[in-house]
Design a protein around this ligand. Structure first.
Ligand code: AMP
Ligand code: AMP
Length: 315
């Protein structure tokens, strides 16, 4: 198991404060306003955390392999230049965060953002989530990975991101795993999927015992969720492999994606599928409210498959 250095959380905070004070990063959340919006389906209420932010212009829309900010991350943003069992990763602060101390696990050599998470990447993600849980001032950190052209990613170099959830915010996933057993990654067990939620989402509850989160267990769980995701993409003749990955120490979730944007204007990534929606102007805020976030997620995902039995056309 990869260990996170002692004092990682204070190193992260210190690096963030210094980078901000030195003008090496732009905190975009200063002028943000937040609103919790309820969305009712049948007898259930789901919550969306809407952030309205008018100053996100700093953030580059799309990176390219030639102009890749993660090939040589800025030293002032680099929290650790070597991390992982083989020192194959770096930990780098997001240069345009909406939430303070938003950071990323970046591969040292170029690997495409269209590739699935490897066992060593999953181990590194969980080592960090465990470290943040024990040391992170009680904040509820999650990891996310936007994979593929329609996932909402903007940079082509492989990066997994880490952000704390807003205080007192419970995404729908927390409810799904509340009362279930931990996932057994074999051919006979199905991941969890709430039948009231209109879009396909595959959730695995993880065992609470830390020692059970071995690299093998994490990899097999990821592969089980990826199998279901690929089956949905195949069933809809998608010509790309795009999905969002969201993870906490309690669960892992994959959501297949049909489109990176709703209505060609509102970008949705892994934060979005957890109900953290970012609006950049009043028009978009009005659109989000009138459409409802679950309908937005339905439009950028695929129809739910809850209750559907596997068949021979599936992976
Ligand atoms: P994504 O849009 O999900 O692919 O995430 C890429 C993230 O990288 C965005 O949230 C950007 O804010 C961030 N970013 C862009 N350029 C840089 C840079 N030069 N250094 C660090 N982070 C960056
Ligand atoms: P972009 O396409 O880079 O403008 O990113 C827009 C998407 O980023 C939003 O729709 C959210 O899914 C996601 N996002 C990133 N950071 C946050 C945040 N702090 N709060 C809410 N949503 C976020």
């Amino acid at each position: 198991m990869i260990t996170v250095p002692d004092q990682f959380y204070s190193t992260l905070q210190e690096k963030y404060r210094t980078a901000l004070a030195g003008g090496h990063l732009t905190f975009d959340g200063e002028s943000a306003s937040h609103e919790l919006i309820d969305y009712k389906i049948n007898d259930k209420t789901f919550q969306c955390h809407l952030t309205e932010l008018k100053s996100l212009e700093h953030r580059p829309e799309k990176g390219t392999v030639a102009k890749n900010p993660f090939a040589k991350p800025e030293p002032e943003l680099t929290i650790l230049s070597e991390f992982g069992e083989k020192n194959e990763f770096k930990l780098v602060l997001n240069k345009f965060p909406v939430v303070p101390a938003h950071f990323m696990l970046v591969t040292n050599t170029f690997i495409s953002q269209n590739t699935p998470l490897s066992p060593s990447e999953l181990s590194a993600i969980y080592a960090l989530l465990m470290g943040l849980k024990s040391d992170g001032e009680g904040k509820n950190w999650f990891a996310f990975y936007n994979c593929g052209p329609e996932s909402g990613a903007s940079q082509p170099h492989k990066h997994v991101q880490f952000m704390p959830l807003p205080t007192n915010y419970q995404p729908f996933t927390a409810k799904i795993v509340e009362t279930s057993e931990s996932f057994i990654p074999d051919q006979t067990h199905e991941p969890l999927q709430d039948a009231d939620i209109p879009f396909a989402h595959f959730v695995a509850k993880l065992p609470s015992e830390k020692e059970k989160l071995t690299e093998e267990y994490l990899a097999m769980t990821f592969v089980s969720l990826l199998q279901r995701t690929l089956s949905v993409l195949k069933a809809h003749d998608a010509n790309h492999i795009s999905y969002n990955f969201c993870a906490t120490t309690n669960y892992m979730m994959l959501v297949p994606r049909s489109s990176a944007k709703f209505d060609e204007t509102l970008g949705i990534n892994s934060c979005g599928v957890l109900g953290l929606i970012l609006s950049k102007n009043d028009g978009t805020t009005a659109l989000i409210k009138s459409t409802g976030f679950m309908s937005i997620l339905e439009a950028v995902g695929f129809p739910k498959t809850a209750g559907e039995a596997s068949n021979e056309y599936m992976y």
